[in-house]
Design a protein around this ligand. Structure first.
Ligand code: SF4
Length: 466
């Protein structure tokens, strides 16, 4: 009976994607920031999903997906973004378009749905997401939103996000444009000159609350977190803040640019993953305000947090030393932080990739990775599997779509995406991260996975040499 070659070498990278796969030290050209190759089965979500997940955490707004029910279900409550109050965002309302609307149009159904939902839930604002079907049948969503807005007295905002419109990044931009319609419509009185907005912090497992506490502790007011425990009224007045700190730059750069263009608010890219990056973010804000007292408090906070958590991290580092990790995440800034955080745990990143990185991001990623690291842009499951096996990784870090790849290959997995339930940001989060990584990568269960079992077998039959 013919046998199937299941070795990693048998998995070919698609010809059209060859320049989106790069090995440090190879000297090859690297391409990124382009539409997914047809047939590649990209790990990326569609443009609609991009905009839906960015606006999702605005908890007191109504979110309605104008399209077939499948689009709404696809990303229903998929983020662990917590709200300290309203939970309206966790619903996935849909106009449930079917054949009738495809033939005769869906505007009437959208209008009726909006009126019914707004009267019932009394939201602070409403976002209407266009999906592929709406892009095709050409409903005038903007006009329906205007009519309903007039009738109900609340802002009803179209999000121009048909799935086919571009990449997930296109959806991010549509979300920023939609959110920006609310900016500048609120009262900014009472906002300190030492104030920031946190952009692209999604309050997964309550991380924004942790970060907000750091800033409040050093004397900086957080006006809005927009994408984490977000509120419509905060968004309306966020133009009163002095500085924007952008964590998920892929999703929020456009909004930061609009705030800089129209309200002269500078922005700074930060990350709150790992000791180094969290400290750097706090110092960057303190430096911006130029107040010695804020800087003193920031240094004190960093010192005290590191003194609390560093000893426990050291214990994990001893156990994890020499382990190899693969990571595939949405945005590039998270990838940088993860490479550094893993290094601080004694681990080496041998495969790193992102869904939405741009050329500048990848230059930075290439610079911090070790020689031999494979870097992939907009990858697919087969490619990821190939390199996970080739590099013989001990741990795969990614999100919900990478988890089955890891488990099928018998590799430990750590969820660092929006579905996770444990806060991984900040100083305390770094300890949670180390614990997650250690518990997963060092679990005895992996020795029974076929891949490892094979290695054990080879070791014993070859007298110790695999
Ligand atoms: S918007 Fe289009 S691509 Fe996105 S989930 Fe709906 S049908 Fe699929």
């Amino acid at each position: 009976m013919p046998t199937v070659d299941q070795s990693p070498a048998s998995i070919q990278v698609l010809t059209d994607r060859e320049d989106q796969v790069w090995t440090k030290g190879s000297g090859k050209q690297f391409a990124c920031d382009r539409k997914s190759t047809a047939g590649s089965v990209t790990q990326r979500a569609c443009a609609f999903c991009g905009s839906r997940v960015v606006l999702y955490p605005i908890a007191d707004a109504l979110h309605i997906v104008h399209g077939p029910i499948g689009c709404a279900v696809y990303n229903w409550d998929i983020r662990g973004a917590q709200s300290s109050g309203p939970q309206l965002h966790r619903n996935s309302f849909s106009t449930d378009l079917a054949e009738k609307e495809v033939v005769f149009g869906g505007e009437k159904k959208l209008q009726a749905s909006l009126l019914e939902l707004i009267r019932y839930y009394r939201p602070k604002a409403a976002f209407v997401y266009s999906t592929c079907i709406v892009g095709l049948i050409g409903d005038d969503v903007e006009a329906v939103c205007k009519t309903v807005s007039r009738e109900t007295g609340i802002d009803v905002i179209p999000v121009d996000s048909p799935g086919f419109k571009g990449t997930k990044k296109t959806g991010y931009e549509a979300a920023c444009k939609a959110a920006y319609r609310l900016v500048g419509t609120g009262d900014t009185s009472g906002i300190s000159r030492y104030s920031i907005n946190l952009l692209g912090e999604f309050n997964i497992a309550g991380e924004a609350w942790l970060i907000r506490r750091y800033f409040e502790q050093i004397g900086i007011q957080v006006v809005s977190t927009i994408t984490g425990d977000g509120r419509v009224d905060d968004l309306r007045r966020c133009h009163g803040a002095s500085l924007n700190l952008v964590q998920c730059s892929g999703s929020m750069t456009h909004l930061a640019q609009l705030l800089e263009r129209d309200h002269q608010i500078p922005s700074h890219r930060v990350s709150f993953f790992g000791f180094e990056d969290t400290a750097r973010a706090l110092y960057a804000a303190a430096e911006f305000f130029g107040d010695p007292e804020i800087m003193r408090k920031a240094q004190e906070l960093v010192r005290s947090e590191i003194a609390t958590y560093a000893p426990q991290l050291k214990a994990y580092k001893q156990r994890l030393k020499g382990k190899k990790a693969a990571l595939y995440v949405g945005g590039a800034f998270k990838a940088f932080s993860l490479v550094l955080a893993l290094r601080s745990l004694g681990m080496q990143t041998v495969l790193a990739g992102t869904q939405t990185g741009n050329a500048e991001d990848y230059e930075q990623l290439k610079a911090i990775c070790d020689p031999g690291t494979v870097i992939v842009d907009d990858s697919n499951p087969l490619e990821l599997a190939k390199f996970v096996l080739e590099k013989d990784v001990d741990l795969f870090i990614g999100g919900v779509k990478e988890r089955p790849i890891a488990y099928k290959l018998g590799v430990a997995f750590c969820d660092h995406n929006h579905e996770r339930k444990i806060p991984l940001a900040g100083f305390e989060g770094m300890l949670h991260f180390a614990r997650e990584v250690a518990e997963s990568a060092l679990s005895p269960v992996w020795q029974f996975a076929p891949r490892r079992a094979m290695r054990h077998h080879q070791l014993s039959t070859n007298g110790g040499e695999a």
